[in-house]
Design a binder for this molecule. Sequence first.
Ligand code: GLC
Ligand code: CA
Length: 543
Amino acid sequence: MPIAAGLLDGRIENHNVSGRPWWQRGAVYQLLVPSFLDTNRDGLGDLGGVISRLDYLQWLGVNAIWLSPCYPSPLEELGYDVSEYCDIEPKFGSLAAFDRLLDEAHERELHVIMDWVGNHTAASHPWFRESRSSRRNPRRDWYLWRDPKADGSPPNNWVSVFGGSVWQWDAATSQYYMHTFLRSQPDLNWRCPELRAAMLRALTFWLDRGVDGFRLDAAPLFFKDRLWRDNPVNPDYRPGELPDSSLLPTYTRNQPGLHELFVELRTLVARYAGDRVLLGEFYVPVEELVTFYGSTAPELHLPLNLALTHTEWRADVVGRTIAEYQSRVSGRGWPTTTLDTHDQERIVARAGLAQARVAAMLLLTQRGTPTIYYGDEIGMEGVAIPPDEAVDPQGRRTGRNRDPARTPMQWSSEVYAGFSAVEPWLPVGADRPTANVASQSRDAGSLLTLYRRLLELRAAEPALQDGVHEPLIAGPKLVVYRRRNAERRLLVVLNLVHEPAVYALGDEGSGKVLLSSVPDREGERVTGQLKVRADEGVLLALD
Ligand code: GLC
Ligand code: CA
């Protein structure tokens, strides 16, 4: 461990201040297994690496980790191309290593969430090899096969996320199969009862092993229109957006059957003790997002709120986005907040390093469960990798390269950032001299220390965990909101610009600074007005 031993002391428990389940109390840490830590010198992260950094994650103060897919895979698409659902990719480890990870995580009160890729498999999955072998194969119907139109062209106009038609001609059996993503990622047919049962068995396999939950990848896409109708053209499409956005997802997203499936998955996980949890990835409007908590019966515990991953970092836009989300989700389910994922640009690349602290404060003071993307806690910017050098197939095909946000975790300032002894699979950030765990863990003024303190405060302050969220100001410089419960009123004042700003406390009267993004004014009394410096965030306990 590059972390000074003394700093591992003073760690906080996941206080059960509210009697709420674990997934409502702490924060989820999203990490990419290939990019976290390499322990067998092949330049690729592995489960052994994750295990050896569990102390770090416990010290940081999160209570769950969400692992990128680590199933057997050709790894053409970061593991989102699964060739076997009930095993571990040998490059990452073994089932034994995974069991050890579970045990060691649980010993540290860290829960383990697996990424669950349910929309498609890799073409090398035995199911697909069987399915494509003959029209009469019993697994034919496990995937989506269609005849061509009379003129031989694809069945409809649907466009792949990575460009081109979703339909791939397969000469062996003279039909097209559907792929939302790469043609080496054929989509599964969730309307086929045998496929559905096989997928549920695979989920059971991991639940029985002790996994605490799943993040459902591409969750709104599992079902497609029964009539295979053309999607309408999207009049608002702008060049540079992902190719599938050129059409409206009328017949490819949120189709009949989806809610029933989520109810069934919820029923499955509810049979297990220990509050197993279902997260879901949805790029849908917020009014649609909240329907996935379930209307007539419970569905997902945490449909992820991804709005901030692609929202312009401006006080008015950010302030309105969180206010709208919090009001829509209120009464429907438990909220979530995410700044970054492996699919978007990192916050430092989008908003600048100066805003990283403000962003941390925003992320960790919302009502609901935050997800922290690995490396954000040390302000990693990522590496500008041009699309023609991309490992990410989306980068090569569309120019929207996701590699910059997937580079190795920076543990130290060494040439490979302490990630590996050999050259890593993606380049290491040039910011590693400062954006690294070893130096920031020794620095009381670092971003990493701020993350720790925010997580600690969140765990200790019921008002931050489940107090109501009252939006007060959205722009032009400030985002201001109040978090309140019966005992406590907290005010969060975030300055999203590079110049000072003033917030008039008005009716709020006066208070005391609990935490500032620059740790030099804690305990300060504030009356009448609060002056915030450029790029500063302040958390005030109101009198
Ligand atoms: C999800 C993942 C993304 C992947 C896609 C296809 O959107 O987050 O990384 O490319 O699914 O599996
Ligand atoms: Ca390795």
